[in-house]
Every structure is written in structure tokens, then in C-alpha cells.
Design a protein around this ligand. Structure first.
Ligand SMILES: [Zn+2]
Ligand SMILES: [Zn+2]
Length: 283
């Protein structure tokens, strides 16, 4: 947490315009960090057959919905995050008010929703029914179960070899990556799972969204003087992923680095490229 705070201070000085969102990020991360010690989750049972299916026809180790969630902790965290959201900006404040009312009226059963994380479609459908901003609602739910999901991911980490999967989706839970990372002097490339936070290796020249490996149609762009953050574009599927280059950057939270570089997303969007997994903090 101390490292994170320091980096946030650095970024705020460099980009004062992003102060509000960076403060919000810090508060949410602090709230998530605080519950880690008291978290109790059930062991994940993989079943005897997993080895047989794993890696075949797109099978990942488990599904998003298989992560056990500490409901009690998540409910408390949800309430804390609502409070943080209320103070963050008027739009969030209005959404939190609506959510609270729906909980009071028993139109939202928070415990049930957080028990095992509900499917994304179900959460979005619920948001529609209640006239809520889908993205805000999903963000609050997913941020409340995140500590449980990450603990589950840590529990299963030993089952996988991050160096040999080489596919565009997460070997742990099957989700798409939110970011790519370049590490070590030789620049090994890894993907970061948008859901569980697992990292796995892929080829340097590879589009995780369409498996394109042709170097003529894979390019990257960065802002001048900021070579450590770039966007990797694929001309074949017109999608992109943001890459954080840690070869010349001290180790730091990749999600924070993403949050502090929305100008790169604007650049990509102006060129007509789409981001399959948008940053949930900014959208
Ligand atoms: Zn995952
Ligand atoms: Zn592609």
C-alpha cells in the first residue's frame, strides 16, 4: 500500500488533471486491502477430471462464477465502497442513493448477489430493471468481491505454469486480459487477467483478441516522452491492448498505470481501434 500511495503522489504531480480519479482509486484500494486479513473463503474443488479438459477447446481451470466469495466481508466492503463513491462525484452519489433505496425496498438482495459472484449478465439485467448505471453497479459489485476472487486465484496459482499457456485468455478463469506487461531485460510479455488478476506469458508479437501473429499487421504507439506506456494495435481485428513496459519503470500496480494514461485510449479510439476490456475505473 505504501508503494502504491507513493506512485499515486508521483502521478498526481505529473498529471494534476487526473487527481480526482487517482484519489478515488487509492481509497477503494485501501478499503479492499483492509479486509484481506479477515477474509475466509472455501477451498476450491477442481474435480478429478480437470486435467483432462484443461487447455482443450478453450477450457480454463475454473469459471468466473466458481470463485468462492466471503459474503460477509463483501457486503461490508460494498457498503464502504458506496460511501467512498458517494464522496467521489455527483454521478456516483446519485447512483449510490438509488442502490441504497433498492436495498432498503428489498429489490436488491445484496447477500444473494455477493454470495458467489453473480453472472455479469444478471448484474447488468438487474441494473436495467432498477434504472441504474450498469457500469457503476457492476463496478461496485466486482470491487466488493475482488479480494475474495484474488484470494481464490492465489489458492490455485500452484496448479498452473504461467510460462506455457500462451493463449489470449486467462488459464485460470477464461476471461480476457485487460492489460499486457513487458518484464525483465529481455522483455518477456505477459497478459493480466481482467477478472482474477492472474498473469501469464504470451509471445511478443501476438494479438490476444484474434490470435494474429503477423508482424506486418501488429503495431504499437506511445506518447512522446512516455515510452513506458503504449498501446498495441492489431490491424486485423482493429482492437488494441495497453502495454506497460516495466523494463524502464519501477514495479508498480498495472491497473494504476492504466488509469493514469487515458490519453493513450483516446489516441487509439481516434484511430478507430476498440478496447475489448475497457478500464472499469474510467468508464
Ligand atoms: Zn482470470
Ligand atoms: Zn487482433
Amino acid at each position: 500500500m505504501e508503494k502504491l500511495k507513493k506512485r499515486i503522489e508521483q502521478l498526481k504531480k505529473k498529471r494534476p488533471g487526473y487527481g480526482e480519479i487517482l484519489d478515488f482509486y487509492q481509497k477503494v484500494r485501501e478499503a479492499q486491502d483492509k479486509v484481506k486479513a479477515s477474509l475466509k473463503i472455501d477451498p476450491i474443488n477442481l474435480g478429478k477430471e480437470w486435467n483432462h479438459f484443461f487447455g482443450k477447446e478453450g477450457f480454463s481451470l475454473i469459471q468466473k462464477e466458481d470463485f468462492p466469495v466471503d459474503t460477509e466481508v463483501s457486503v461490508k466492503l460494498f457498503q464502504n465502497l458506496c460511501q467512498i463513491g458517494k464522496e467521489a462525484n455527483p454521478h456516483m452519489a446519485e447512483q449510490v442513493k438509488k442502490i441504497k433505496k433498492a436495498i432498503d425496498d428489498k429489490r436488491i438482495d445484496l447477500k444473494k448477489l455477493l454470495k458467489k459472484e453473480a453472472k455479469e449478465e444478471r448484474i447488468e439485467q438487474m441494473a436495467d430493471e432498477l434504472g441504474l448505471d450498469k457500469k457503476v453497479f457492476l463496478f461496485l459489485i466486482q470491487s466488493s468481491t475482488k479480494p475474495s476472487v484474488e484470494a481464490g486465484m492465489e489458492q490455485l496459482r500452484g496448479e498452473l505454469d504461467p510460462e506455457t499457456w500462451l493463449k489470449g485468455y486467462c488459464p485460470m478463469c477464461g476471461s480476457l486480459p485487460s492489460l499486457s506487461l513487458l518484464k525483465e531485460e529481455v522483455g518477456k510479455r505477459y497478459l493480466l487477467c481482467s477478472f482474477c488478476g492472474y498473469q501469464w506469458r504470451i509471445d511478443r508479437l501476438f494479438c490476444p483478441f484474434c490470435d494474429n501473429k503477423n508482424q506486418e499487421s501488429l503495431h504499437y504507439l506511445f506518447a512522446q516522452g512516455e515510452e513506458t506506456h503504449r498501446i498495441d494495435l492489431c490491424e486485423k481485428c482493429h482492437r488494441y491492448i495497453k502495454t506497460i513496459d516495466y523494463r524502464n519503470l519501477q514495479e508498480s500496480d498495472p491497473v494504476l498505470e492504466d488509469l493514469a494514461t487515458p490519453h493513450l485510449d483516446i489516441l487509439a479510439s481516434q484511430k478507430g481501434y476498440k478496447r475489448p476490456v475497457p478500464n472499469p475505473w474510467t468508464t
